[in-house]
Design a protein. Structure first.
Length: 345
């Protein structure tokens, strides 16, 4: 079957069993390990490709679990430094008393416990990329120390008087709103602009329900699981698409890992899903309204209908909305002529 027809078959439930057969396709893989179908994530991909074409610092923001480190690695692997080290460091995990030793290195005997010379993180990443995860957790003093290195491109190990040149690209990530931290004087404005030459924001999963099905197919079919398809109860798929996913893709994969062990036969039913997925919306959890996200573009509506071979019900299921909502969005986009097109049910 063509990709279009395979996709259409993948979102039409079996009338007898109510099961939806989902098949992984390479067309969902917009970059190495980046799986999506939404316009929002295709926009992120364009930003990644642009960022990979230069070596200025990049700041990646987004809620926890959206895949910020994966984006950083994709930028690194797509650029000229791909053959050099990619060093990731969790800024929140390094205490103040070890900060300079960890980042800049030290000489034997420079402080109690320094039994050998140590190369710092900057030197480990020389020629490659240094990924500063949770950069919003750095103290203002730590920011000052890093700012000097970023400005001068040289580090001095503790206990030495020699400065060593370092050629490192910086990619930072945070789930904090750094502008608010600047207003509260807990984040330095000069450091913010130094690490934010290019800004990539990852949208939360709840605003792009059309990415849920590709992610499900990738995790259950596209990860060398020994199967080409997985069968999902239509109600379970609807619940996966409508849940607000406060933990985003990471939370979805945790749920799917549970499902994989409960249903080794490649079948996903409502009973396999955690109870919280069926709870009402409260405090940002429970079911979300998919259409509350960004308004879908004309291209995204045409793409959904094309991939589903003109089937309106299948296209609505693909987008994670009702058929009535699909009709409203088609009218809004000036595509009313497609409402009476082929295969409306």
């Amino acid at each position: 079957l063509s990709a279009r027809r395979r996709t259409a078959a993948a979102v039409e439930p079996d009338r007898r069993t109510g099961m939806v057969e989902i098949r992984f396709s390479d067309e969902y893989l917009i970059a190495d390990r980046l799986v999506a179908a939404s316009d929002a994530m295709l926009g992120v991909l364009r930003q990644i490709r642009f960022a990979a074409s230069f070596e200025r610092p990049v700041l990646v923001t987004g809620e926890t679990g959206t895949g910020k480190e994966l984006v950083a690695r994709t930028i690194h692997e797509s650029g000229d430094r791909r053959d050099r080290p990619f060093v990731a460091v969790n800024c929140a995990a390094i205490p103040d008393h070890l900060f300079e030793s960890e980042f800049f290195g030290h000489r034997k005997g420079s402080f109690t416990g320094a039994f050998t010379d140590r190369t710092g993180i900057f030197e480990e990443a020389a020629g490659g990329t240094l990924f500063l995860d949770e950069v919003g957790e750095l103290s203002t003093l730590q920011q000052v120390k890093l700012l000097r290195i970023l400005q001068e491109g040289r580090v001095r190990r503790l206990g030495e008087n020699v400065e060593r040149p370092v050629d490192v690209r910086i990619i930072s990530a945070t789930n904090r709103e750094l502008e608010r931290k600047i207003e509260a004087s807990t984040f330095r404005e000069d450091f913010y602009y130094r690490i934010n030459a290019e800004h990539i924001h990852l949208p939360p999963l709840r605003t792009r329900p059309e990415d849920v099905m590709p992610l499900v197919s990738y995790f259950l079919c596209g990860r060398k699981e020994g199967r080409e398809t997985v069968r999902v109860e239509s109600g379970a798929l609807r619940r996966l698409q409508r849940y607000s996913w406060p933990g985003n893709v990471r939370e979805l994969f945790t749920v799917l890992d549970r499902v994989r062990h409960l249903g080794p036969g490649g079948v996903v039913t409502m009973e396999m899903l955690p109870a919280r997925l069926g709870e009402g919306a409260a405090g940002g959890r429970g079911e979300a309204v998919p259409s509350a996200g960004a308004v879908r573009t004309t291209d995204s509506l045409r793409k959904a209908l094309s991939m589903c071979n003109g089937n309106k019900t299948a296209a609505a299921r693909w987008l994670g909305i009702s058929r009535g909502t699909l009709y409203k969005e088609l009218r809004r986009a000036g595509l009313s002529n497609l409402i009476s097109g082929p295969r409306t049910a």
